[in-house]
Write a protein that binds this ligand. Structure first.
Ligand SMILES: [Zn+2]
Ligand SMILES: [Zn+2]
Length: 141
């Protein structure tokens, strides 16, 4: 057996596991760069490219979703159950649970467009709790 490549494979799966764990533990919908910065101390030979590659693999494998691009960076979510997001101007992406899938909306969209609809995502825009508090403290507006 080629022990060199076996060791390389083992190292790769250590990285993969660490990236997946960081993604699953994060509630902040991290970017690849964010995960890279979190892990680079414990994995000094980790590269940003490796983080990107693993994140897109997770998406292909159904372990993660991409929630969109915020300030030029794609943001990922380890929570693949259907839920909505709020995008704040500070760059925060906040989970909004409890908004169910509205099948009537799919039917309406299908009738309006003539398309076959397989699902929809609801995206909210506004202020995250932190920005909302800041605004309230500074006296509104
Ligand atoms: Zn989410
Ligand atoms: Zn905010």
């Amino acid at each position: 057996m080629d022990n060199g490549s076996e060791r390389a494979r083992a190292r790769r799966s250590v990285k993969r596991d660490a990236i997946l764990k960081a993604l699953l533990q994060s509630k902040s919908h991290p970017s690849a760069e964010h995960i890279y910065n979190l892990l680079k101390q414990e994995l000094p030979d980790l590269s940003l490219g490796t983080v990107y590659r693993n994140l897109s693999l997770f998406r292909e494998e159904g372990l993660s979703i991409s929630v969109g691009v915020v300030k030029g960076q794609e943001r990922f979510d380890g929570n693949v159950s259907p839920h909505s997001h709020l995008f704040c101007s500070c760059g925060a992406v906040v989970d909004i649970d409890g908004i169910g899938i509205d099948e009537e909306l799919d039917i309406k969209a299908s009738l309006l467009s003539g398309c076959e609809i397989t699902g929809h995502e609801i995206v909210f825009h506004g202020l995250c709790p932190e920005c909302k508090n800041k605004k309230e403290r500074s006296g509104g507006n």
